[in-house]
Design a protein around this ligand. Structure first.
Ligand SMILES: *[C@@H]1O[C@H](CO)[C@@H](O)[C@H](O)[C@H]1NC(C)=O
Ligand SMILES: *[C@@H]1O[C@H](CO)[C@@H](O)[C@H](O)[C@H]1NC(C)=O
Length: 510
């Protein structure tokens, strides 16, 4: 037995040595909630013997082996909470401007950095470049200069400008727009709404960020191909979703769903919190709106509605809340400004999660099988909340509609034992995979490096739009049909013209 262990260890060390890749990670966006999804994956790549160089705003606090930082920290303000609480078309339009400006600035900051410049000046060789695919394609230019294949990463569903370049069909009839409600069963109004915003974000991106990024790259390099072309050539896209939660999407083989890898093994809870949850007779409801609904920004009537509802429930409440006290000091509520969310959701006494439906929280909830009340505020939360409801993980509530009565109604639904049993079963389906999300993400990364001379992009991403939509076929067939009908009409009128006088003549001769 021992010998076999040593042999296995020896072989795995050997394999690691043989396959050890030199990997560059480029994370030019300074959003904290984005980067922290990727951390476990990056650490695991290093752990498996690959040599990582990571450009980001978040250098490791304690150095780990094989993981080298190129830190951009301090070069831009870190975004923790970029959204306002109110939601309207205007805030979505503004979000467009925000994304474009950040995407433009991030590129300039990235290319200006001396350590980043050293990479191309020293002609560093990488087997694969990991690029966050979010609001900029600047890093694709860098990867091109370094001559390495690219693996794209997201911490969310596809952005509107990803569909065309990866050849993923976009159809407002069943494809969610991440910023909007409606899920996969939109009304006619919602389809018009998402068509408008899909085009708004796409054209804004094409004509601002993409062009600005190309200009920034042109300052340093002579012959970088158009970024749209480089985006089409991304080898693999690792999408942070999974069909069990986000619904079955139609993705080409080089767009892989790897959602779930950030969820860590639960750790022991802090003593007092553990006691509070352990000793709950009817279970615990966990409330967190991330950093979104800060105490100071919560409208008073909504806060009163929430407190009013939860203090009527027999369950204990654990609430991520930044202030020392809650109005009224309800005694069944435990508040803290920092809470180990994943460890709480893993506790068997936690029976529901009242959440703003960030991708991370929703993923942790399905991982641990905890029913969700989803109250989306901004960003990709509306489409996540729709997915939560459609998958059966929970129910959806509009922030504007929140009242004590409505909340109690929603809690009644998710606290029903039958509902919880179904969510546990959904969680079982979530875990039923040929390989873990982490193994899958790492496999496709290594695969991209091993097969860099091959392309697996769908032909759908290469054909021009008029062919993709068959507009030319419609035009040709329409033209032929028109010609046939027109000549038919001509013939008929010729026949009738030539026959009418005869009839008249006949009449005359009578
Ligand atoms: C690993 O990456 C570091 C930092 O980029 C680099 O200095 C080193 O040469 C690399 N090691 C190997 C074996 O490629
Ligand atoms: C991939 O292509 C490059 C350039 O054409 C070539 O040098 C290399 O040997 C190829 N790799 C494999 C594994 O065939």
């Amino acid at each position: 037995m021992k010998f076999i262990h040593i042999l296995v260890l020896f072989i795995s060390v050997l394999i690691n040595q043989v396959l050890s890749l030199n990997i560059l990670g480029v994370f030019p966006y300074q959003g904290k909630s984005h980067f922290f999804v990727f951390v476990p994956y990056l650490q695991e790549l290093a752990n498996r013997g690959h040599n990582l160089t990571v450009i980001s705003y978040f250098p490791q606090k304690t150095p780990i082996q094989n993981y080298h930082d190129i830190s951009l920290a301090g070069k831009a303000e870190i975004y923790e909470d970029v959204f306002t609480i109110e939601r309207s078309y205007w805030t979505i339009i503004q979000l467009g401007f925000f994304l474009m400006r950040a995407g433009t600035d991030n590129c300039v900051t990235l290319l200006e950095d001396d350590n980043v410049q050293n990479l191309w000046k020293s002609k560093a060789k990488f087997d694969v470049v990991l690029v966050e695919a979010f609001n900029s394609e600047c890093a694709l230019g860098l990867a091109h200069v370094l001559g390495a294949p690219v693996v794209g990463l997201t911490s969310h569903v596809l952005m509107p400008w990803h569909y065309e370049v990866y050849g993923v069909q976009y159809n407002p009839a069943y494809v969610s727009n991440l910023f909007l409600e409606g899920g996969t069963k939109p009304t006619l109004y919602q389809r018009i709404e998402r068509t408008f915003f899909h085009n708004y974000f796409n054209y804004l991106y094409k004509f601002t960020t993409r062009r600005n990024n190309e200009k920034a790259l042109a300052q340093y390099f002579d012959n970088v191909p158009p970024l749209e072309e480089l985006a089409r050539n991304v080898k693999f896209m690792l999408l942070y979703t999974n069909f069990v939660l986000s619904g079955p999407g139609l993705y080409p083989p080089n767009v892989r769903e790897v959602g779930g890898y950030h969820v860590a093994k639960p750790k022991e809870l802090p003593k007092d919190l553990k006691k509070f949850i352990d000793e709950s007779e009817h279970g615990v409801i966990y409330i967190s709106f991330g950093s979104m609904l800060r105490a100071a920004s919560m409208p008073k009537d909504k806060l009163e509605a929430i407190i009013g509802a939860v203090s009527q429930l027999p369950q204990r409440i654990v609430w991520k809340w930044e202030e020392k006290t809650l109005p009224g000091n309800p005694k069944n509520i435990y508040i803290s400004n920092w809470l180990p969310q994943n460890d709480i959701l893993a506790h068997p006494n936690v029976v529901a999660f009242y959440s703003h439906c960030g991708m991370l929280g929703s993923t942790e909830a399905i991982h641990h099988g905890v029913p969700v009340i989803g109250m989306p505020i901004a960003g990709d939360q509306p489409s996540n909340a729709a997915a939560v409801e459609e998958s059966g993980l929970g129910v959806h509530i509009n922030f504007q509609d929140v009242t004590k009565e409505l909340l109690l109604e929603k809690f009644k639904i998710v606290l029903n034992p039958e509902f919880r049993r179904k969510v546990k079963d959904l969680s079982r389906v979530w875990h039923d995979r040929p390989q873990s999300a982490m193994d899958s993400a790492i496999y496709w990364t290594e695969f991209a490096a091993r097969t860099s001379n091959y392309s697996f992009r769908t032909p759908a991403s290469s054909v021009p739009l008029y062919q993709y939509r068959s507009w030319d076929i419609v035009a040709v067939l329409g033209g032929i049909l028109f010609a046939i009908l027109y000549s038919l009409k001509l013939t008929i009128s010729l026949l009738t013209k030539s026959s009418t006088p005869q009839i008249k003549r006949k009449h005359k001769t009578k």
